[in-house]
Design a protein around this ligand. Structure first.
Ligand code: GDP
Ligand code: MN
Length: 361
């Protein structure tokens, strides 16, 4: 789950990373009360979860005389379609230089990777694409509680040494908060020291309970529903709903749809031994996506019984066409029940996917 900038900055501050003085406001007038504390120059930052927020008009500069009007302007905006409900008002830092630092999980080495660039602030993807050497990277063993000095030197190059303790603290945040990403862009130098001018923190969804986070805000209502039932569920952008049992079979179904140039609407693995009720919930969940025109149910009857699945599909009684391919335990009974209610059950996965493609078109 992604934290908002002000939430991430609170965490950073707990770990000793200097952040600008700031206050969260929920209405333009509230900024006035903080001006004394923040000083004459302020930065008003929309707390919206969008990339390139500054460029999209989500970061505005103001002073004592213009703060309320500027805040009003910011609250009236939509940043890449997202309305502004909270604004972080911060002291404006006298920035000397902007650096970039981020720590993420390197999937190939399965270890934290630290990225650093001398030119921060700008979009790092663009910079890396133009000049690969502009971004330095080191991989740190997760068994280490600090970034070793020799790696830190490699990372920083000629950049000021005073950045090192901040980057090391960011590594502590990354480890302590079970992060998938901890990023400071820009990490800035000023005459009074180093600051995290921006903050990004994504907590691993699998660690939310350990982190004391009870609601994953990043999930859609449907994704939350899926989580409740213990389905593995991912929404995609096509029109063909997919329900399978076992990650492999479900993935193969998606692959086959792609192979025939179709577009799947989702991935849903009901898991092993799904009974009638579970199947019903799964079918209803997939059917509740407005874009879904047809649903392919592709199941192997092992512990899962095909007659239970058939009953679940029938009980769901959804509007989109449901096309079924099942094989295994109680297959004949399942087929009979489905046929009775006018459902199509096909012999092979290939035939089922092709039939779904026809309906979708
Ligand atoms: P983002 O666009 O969502 O990444 O927003 P940032 O918080 O990174 O801000 C974008 C840019 O605004 C930064 O790269 C800085 O150039 C500028 N900025 C942000 N805070 C300050 C500040 O306190 N002082 C000054 N001078 N510039 C700032
Ligand atoms: Mn930024």
């Amino acid at each position: 789950m992604k934290l908002l900038e002000y939430e991430a900055k609170r965490v950073f501050a707990e770990y000793g990373i200097p952040v600008p003085k700031g206050a969260v406001i929920r209405a333009p007038e509230e900024v006035a009360a903080h001006m004394e504390d923040l000083g004459d120059g302020v930065v008003l930052k929309a707390q919206v979860d969008v990339g390139g927020r500054g460029k999209a008009g989500g970061v505005l500069m103001a002073d004592k005389a213009t703060a309320v009007a500027t805040a009003r302007e910011l609250f009236s905006r939509e940043i890449k379609g997202v309305p502004v409900r909270e604004v972080l008002a911060e002291e404006r830092l006298p920035i000397e230089h902007e650096y970039y630092v981020s720590i993420a999980v390197d999937r190939s080495s399965k270890q934290p990777v630290v990225l650093f660039a001398d030119a921060g602030g700008v979009e790092i993807e663009k910079m890396a694409a133009e000049d690969e050497s502009a971004v330095r990277r080191v991989v740190v063993s997760p068994l280490l509680s600090d970034i070793p000095p020799f790696l830190m030197r490699e990372l920083l190059g000629d950049a000021p040494k005073e950045l090192a303790p901040v980057i090391n603290s960011l590594y502590h945040v990354f480890q302590g908060k079970d992060a998938m990403l901890a990023e400071i862009n820009p990490l800035v130098t000023t005459a009074r020291g180093v600051y995290a001018a921006d903050a990004k923190l994504i907590v691993d969804d699998n660690a939310l309970a350990r982190q004391g986070i009870t609601v994953n805000r990043d999930l859609s209502e449907r994704e939350r529903e899926a989580e409740k039932h213990g389905f593995s569920y991912v929404e995609l952008d096509g029109t063909i709903g997919v329900i399978g049992n076992g990650a492999g079979l479900t993935m193969s179904t998606l692959d086959l749809i792609e192979f025939y140039n179709g577009r799947a609407a989702n991935f849903l693995d009901v898991g092993g031994g799904a009974d009638q009720e579970r199947v019903m919930y799964a079918v209803r969940l997939v059917a509740s996506m407005p874009k879904v025109k047809v649903i392919v149910v592709n199941l192997l009857g092992g512990i899962t019984r095909c007659d239970e699945v058939a009953k679940g599909i029938i009980a769901a009684g959804v509007e989109p066409t449901v096309i079924v391919r099942m094989a295994g335990t109680n297959e004949e009974e399942g087929r009979r029940l489905l046929a009775e209610c006018g459902y199509r059950m096909l012999e092979s996965m290939d035939a089922a996917v092709r039939a779904a493609m026809e309906v979708a078109e």
